[in-house]
Design a protein around this ligand. Structure first.
Ligand code: XIL
Length: 377
């Protein structure tokens, strides 16, 4: 697949980008650029790694973009369609139509599919607050997991069972975030969720997914320690958990390859857990207004971060949170509102590859191979 010659536009881009990244990059080009595989999915697959992206129903109606997704991705994850707000119009009902359409797209295009996310305190439906309390929360959570995971049983590469359960700023000694789930059920809601997911689909890879694990700072370090304590405890007591998802929404200017993060990833690997980069994109502080300068900084961070992550043989998949700046969730946030474009993804708003595309490709090309495709728990 994807063995057709590169389009002139993209071929020129590759040569141009190689020049820009310096002479060292030239050596990795095959004799004829036209013979090179042109998809990140293939560059990743050569090393036993999956590459993919978040997708949404709206995005798939954009034909040029949906064909780009099918060309570039070996795995896809619904950006919002499997969250409670989308799946649960009422307490008594489930609406799988959006999620099923995304699954069909992935399946038709020979992509794996992952689920995001079963338990999170955000993207809850309106009825949640009026309905859920300490008496019924446990049953409602377990019922949701059971029905949703059963619906997709045998079809999922992996499930983000619990998302972002830790927030050091909330001040609890165990580092847990204060959410309705915690308040209504207690800290054991996390392991209960994993047991319920495992029961509903014994073959699915079950993932704990977390944000802000990457920076080399004190808060992130406390979060890493809290998460590691949970993972260690779960492994010791045979709670069915198979992987850590590190979201990797990072900043270009932040050190995300520090020694403490490295040690953490080694410890996670030593627990026998798989590691997934689940939601990568890169913001920058936009201190320089020149787009070329910003793009080079962002591309360098893609290269540095992914080269670092790919050293870990436990890492089996890298997903970015979308492929194009046209639909990035970051466009609605903060600085973008000032009219400065954000450039967090490997394709710009016109679906042209940015230097980040080439940086990701280079990180895959230089990565050590691994046998696992991350397809099983
Ligand atoms: C974001 C989506 O991209 C947005 O469209 C939505 O409005 C809010 O959620 N961490 C996660 C994702 O786990 O689910 C979030 O996705 C981004 C942060």
């Amino acid at each position: 697949m994807n063995s057709q010659p590169a389009s002139p536009t993209r071929r020129n881009f590759l040569v141009g980008a190689a020049t820009m990244l310096g002479a060292g990059a030239m050596g990795i080009f095959p004799a004829s650029a036209a013979d090179a595989p042109e998809s990140l999915r293939e560059y990743a697959a050569k090393k036993g790694v999956l590459f993919g992206s978040a997708i949404s129903n709206l995005q798939l109606r954009d034909a040029p973009y949906s064909s780009l997704l099918s060309e570039q991705c070996g795995i896809a994850v619904p950006e919002n369609a499997l969250k409670w707000a989308a799946l649960r119009p009422t307490l008594a009902s489930f609406d799988f139509s959006a999620g099923d359409a995304l699954f069909q797209f992935a399946h038709f295009n020979n992509m794996l599919f992952r689920g995001h996310t079963l338990v999170w305190e955000q993207a809850l439906p309106k009825w949640f607050q009026m309905t859920v309390n300490s008496v019924n929360a446990r049953q409602i959570m377990l019922d949701h997991i059971s029905q949703v995971v059963r619906h997709y049983a045998g079809k999922m590469h992996s499930w983000d069972v619990v998302n972002e359960a830790y927030r050091i700023e909330d001040g609890r000694p165990d580092g847990l975030k204060v959410t309705p789930w915690l308040q209504f059920i207690g800290p054991e809601y996390i392991e209960m969720a994993f047991h319920a997911a495992h029961e509903a689909d014994p073959d699915a890879m079950l993932v704990y997914n977390e944000n802000w694990l990457e920076p080399d700072d004190a808060i992130a370090e406390k979060k890493r320690q809290s998460v590691l304590a949970m993972l260690t405890n779960f492994r010791k007591r045979n709670v069915p958990i198979h992987a850590l998802g590190t979201q990797s929404h990072i900043y270009a200017e932040t050190n995300t390859t520090g020694p403490n993060y490295k040690r953490f990833l080694e410890q996670v690997s030593d627990l026998g857990l798989t590691i997934l980069v689940t939601e990568m994109d890169i913001r920058d502080k936009q201190s320089n207004t020149d787009l070329g300068t910003r793009d080079r900084l962002i591309a360098k961070q893609y290269y540095d971060y992914l080269s670092f992550m790919l050293q870990f043989k436990a890492l089996t998949a890298v997903l970015t949170w979308g492929l194009t700046d046209r639909y990035t969730w970051l466009a609605q946030a903060g600085s973008a509102a000032k009219g400065v474009p954000v450039r967090p993804l490997p394709y710009d708003e016109d679906l042209q590859p940015t230097p980040s595309w080439n940086a990701i490709r280079r990180a895959f090309e230089e990565a050590p191979g691994r046998s696992s495709r991350g397809g099983s728990a």
